[in-house]
Ligand binder design. Structure first.
Ligand SMILES: Cc1cc2nc3c(=O)[nH]c(=O)nc-3n(C[C@H](O)[C@H](O)[C@H](O)COP(=O)(O)OP(=O)(O)OC[C@H]3O[C@@H](n4cnc5c(N)ncnc54)[C@H](O)[C@@H]3O)c2cc1C
Length: 118
């Protein structure tokens, strides 16, 4: 085949997600991956955390995408039988002086729409 409507370079999380979204519209979507299989780079070598969106500045793109992505990731895992754990996260003040930072983080998370904080 010499022509295609869509060619995506890189079969990591981002490339595969784009391919999945576009393939409902086009039947000839190709993912070109340099490694032997898809998802062998950062996407399967990261810390495996489903981030909450606690830290990012309110109304930033990162904050919005992280909070929405958190919900979508759990939904995706449930729908597709992807093993995962919802462990929650402890953010700890190691000294009294750091406790104010926890209050600020809590407010930041609330402003970002992070649910279930206490
Ligand atoms: C140490 C570390 C820890 C992280 N921890 C987390 C975490 O806990 N939670 C979280 O949500 N995110 C985490 N991240 C971020 C997350 O892993 C990345 O944001 C995500 O995997 C990026 O996906 P990607 O598809 O852009 O990149 P990649 O997964 O790197 O995919 C890019 C692909 O493109 C291919 N490629 C590159 N050049 C070419 C070429 N010329 N031709 C063909 N193929 C090519 C590569 O082989 C690769 O497969 C972490 C990142 C790092 C580095």
């Amino acid at each position: 085949m010499e022509q295609a409507n869509v060619v995506i370079i890189g079969g990591g999380l981002v490339g595969c997600a784009i391919a999945e979204a576009l393939s409902s519209r086009w039947s000839d979507v190709f993912v070109l991956e340099a490694l032997p299989k898809i998802g062998m780079a950062a996407s399967s070598r990261n810390s495996g955390i489903i981030h909450s969106g606690l830290y990012y500045p309110p109304e930033s793109l990162k904050a919005r995408l992280c909070v929405r992505g958190n919900k979508l990731t759990y939904e995706f895992c449930a729908a597709h039988g992807v093993p995962h754990r919802k462990t929650g996260k402890l953010v700890v003040a190691a000294a009294l002086a750091e406790s104010e930072e926890l209050v600020a983080l809590m407010k930041n998370g609330e402003a970002n729409g992070v649910e279930g904080m206490r």
